[in-house]
Design a protein. Structure first.
Length: 135
């Protein structure tokens, strides 16, 4: 089932981390970070935000502990510590500065720009209408 765009979280800064494939679980399905964290009963976006605040080593250790508690993650990736470190590298706090500069502007900035443009357009139309009415 495909979710509507409003529910797809296209602008989440954690998508690279959350939707990274960890491996294949015992049942043959792909296991992603978001599915592993969900199976643990953890809010994936909240956990990603918390991991981003830790040091790289601390985040990797916490992620290793989390994945170690999940049988499907152990089956999908025998070297959990290595997998955890690779996942942590995908968090925005640990990505390179160049990648951050190339990222598209966030949704709030685009919304503000559209609102200003719309306000200016309405203002010009109102001004033109006033000038036309007085001529």
């Amino acid at each position: 089932m495909v979710l509507p765009v409003a529910f797809s979280l296209l602008d989440s800064e954690f998508n690279d981390f959350l939707f990274a494939e960890i491996g294949t679980s015992e049942n043959g399905m792909a296991l992603s970070t978001v599915s592993a964290l969900t199976q643990l009963g953890v809010d994936p976006w909240e956990e990603a935000a918390q991991l981003s605040k830790l040091s790289r080593g601390g985040a990797a250790q916490r992620m290793t502990q989390s994945l170690s508690r999940l049988a499907s993650a152990r089956a999908a990736s025998p070297d959990i510590a290595k997998t955890a470190m690779e996942l942590v590298q995908r968090l925005p706090a640990f990505q390179s500065r160049n990648a951050a500069r190339l990222a598209p502007p966030d949704r709030s900035q685009r919304s503000w720009s559209r609102a200003v443009t719309a306000a200016l357009a309405i203002g010009f139309v109102a001004l033109a209408a006033a000038i036309y009415a007085f001529n």
